[in-house]
Structures are given as C-alpha cells and as structure tokens.
Write a protein that binds this ligand. Sequence first.
Ligand code: V47
Ligand code: SF4
Length: 400
Amino acid sequence: MDAEKRITFLLEDKKLDVQLNTIAAKVYHGERISESEGILLYEKGELGYLGVLANFIREKRHGNITYFNRNFHIEPTNLCVYDCKFCSYSRMIKHREDGWEATMEQMLNQVKSYDNEPVTEVHIVGGVLPQYNMSFYMDLFTAIKKHRPSLHVKALTPVEYHYIFKKAKVDYATGMAMMKDAGLDSMPGGGAEIFHPEIREQIAKDKCNADQWLQIHEAWHNLGMYSNATMLYGHIEQYRHRIDHLERLRQLQDKTGGFQTFIPLKFRNKDNQMSHVPEVSVIEDLRNYAVSRIYLDNFPHIKAYWAMISRETAQLALSFGVDDIDGTLDDTTKIYSMAGAEEQRPAMSTRELVELIKNVGRHPVERDTLYRVITDYKDAIFDEEGGAKQAAYYQLPVLD
Ligand code: V47
Ligand code: SF4
C-alpha cells in the first residue's frame, strides 16, 4: 500500500482521537502544525500513526530515495575547555595525558591518506582548545583545499566558532566570512544539544547558548552557505523542550532557508556524567524521527546517523521520515563509540550502504554534501570485487 492510501485510511478511521485526526488532515493538506500540536504528537501519537504521517511527507518529498555520502572525519582533539555532562569523549585539560591533540601536519596527512579514495567530504569536529584558534583553523582549511580543492570541508560548530571569534575579537558575520574565504564549505549540525535554558544550563552550561548557536548559523546562511542542525534527545528533557528546540530551528529556517538536514542525536549513556540517566527505547527513537519530520516542514532532509543508532535502527528509520543515513565514515569518529554505541569501529563500504538501503525497499543515491547526485544505485549490482555496474533491477523483498 502506498503512503497516500495509508494516510487516507487513517483519516477515515472513526476511532482516531479528534485532535490526532486534525493533525493528520493538516499533514495531508501540507499545512503547518503548531507548537501545542507538536507536543500532542509526542504525548499521544503512537508509533504506527506517527509513521504513516512522517512517511507520507518523506515519500512526497523524496519518494523512496535514500541518500548517503562518502566521507571521513577528523577529530583534532578530545581535550576540551568545556564540561558537557553528556560527553563521553572529552577529557578536561587537566587530564591531558588521556587525550590526543593532532598537529596541522597530522591532520593534513590524514587528508592525504584518502588521495586515492572517492570520498567527497571531510567532517572536522572535536573538543575546544585555546591553541586551535582562528588562524589555526583558517590555515587548516586553506591547506586542505590547496591539496584537494574538490573535497568539501564541513567543519566546526558554533561552539568552536563562538569561542575562537570571541578570542580574536571579531563579530560572527566577519568571522564566518573569513572562514568562508579560508575554504570552509559548510557547517555540521553539532553543539545544538537542547536549546531551552532549563535543560541547557544543566547539561552544557558554559558553551555558546541557543541564541549564539542560531546567530552563527544565520550569519553563515547570510553568506549564501548551508549548514545542518541537530538535537540531543532522550535524557532529562521533556517533550516541550524538544518542541521548543524544533520551533527555534523552524523559525530560523523560515528566515534564511540555509539548513539542509536535521539530525536527531540519541543520548548514549556510557562513561559520562549522565550515565545514571537511562537511554530511551528504539520506539522512542522512531517516534522522535517521525515528529521531527512532521514538525520541520521547511527542512528538506532528516538524517539518521547510523553510527550512533545501529544499522538496523537506521533501516527502520527510513519508514519514519528519514531520507539520509550519513556516510561511509571509515572508522574515523570516536564520539559515539566512546558513548556506548553498538558500532565500535564505524565504517561501511559503499556496497554495504547500498545493500542496507535496498534491503528495506528503498532507492540508494550517493550524494555530495549539498545533495547533488553523484551515483544513482537503483539498478546497480556489485561484482565479486565490490565494484558497482549497471544491471537488471535488484531483487527486493515485497513490503506490502
Ligand atoms: O554536538 C556528544 C553529540 C554531537 C553524546 O551535521 C552525543 O552531518 C549522544 O553533531 N550521546 C557531534 N550524542 C556530532 C554531530 C554530527 C554527527 C553526524 C553528522 C552531523 C552532520 C553532525 O554529538 C555533539 C553532541 O550533541 N554527542 N556526546 C552522547 N553521549
Ligand atoms: Fe567539549 Fe563538545 Fe564534549 Fe561539550 S560536547 S565537552 S563542547 S567536546
């Protein structure tokens, strides 16, 4: 059964709660839902219902297409001047012996190690340290672009930018323009956590606040550039805090249109100062993807970061509003493995990503960071060596 028929059945269901029926009708007609309706979805919407609505929107926007990219991460350091309570990754500067600090040369060598690989993006994110200042990062971006101009540099978050701009005494608009000139191509979505001060002050009190995070993205969008947004959910926040977070993002997106992707990040509780907080269930993960897809009607893409939630949950998420599962990663990120994610050495070949997507009846497309199509794998099969070639349609399990 197709997504349109499912939502039509739901709308005709006389037993459905009246408020949920009103929301379903809004979704069907492409109308925006309010903050109170968003909270109601979280409180009352059961998984099947949310899935029908979110999948309707997903298929209206993207059909079965599911995006992935070929990327690797550089994490310059796991030392950090901040002390976010949920972070399993950072070591305070006083425990320097437990951490790593990469030099410019080491990071460039990491880039060079991919010279013969068809990667399109390097994602740079890590802790905040005084010696990684504005000129250090500008030199790094310039050096990467000089070595490989076509490699998309997606780097740092408002947490780092706020810190380095303040030290250099430059305003956000000037600072972001300087980063762009140095070679920055886009900004990842990290550092957003939960915007609402009731929660932010308990889990991430010293770093940039919600307004600063949003202003830095706005300054970047005003340069005609793109970025992502995240939300760290499933810890001490309530549903109203999640909707407040989504609302602030939706408002900025109305203003600038510069966000490409929203990435819900599930709180993982291993080895951090919030280890006593239990992790939410996979059902809550899927409900959260669905509500995000429904609420953020002006975001083109919703991403499930497979390295954090496992391959199986990423497959399920494709029926709950998600149309992107991030990239190959090549075992270059430690943020989630250190926080207890199932994937301890996250890496997937293109073939594995393509098969993971095809096995749940979706249509894999390799994209670049700006969602331009690089390779359409709809009709591709892989030869013994793992190379893709065009062939007859791949046999899929029948879903309906
Ligand atoms: O900001 C840290 C989160 C983020 C934990 O833009 C944790 O394409 C869960 O933003 N449990 C960094 N989450 C990663 C990030 C990201 C990842 C993938 C793709 C993109 C993108 C962005 O990781 C941090 C923080 O919110 N984080 N610790 C934890 N224990
Ligand atoms: Fe530092 Fe980022 Fe960890 Fe916070 S989440 S302590 S800013 S590395």
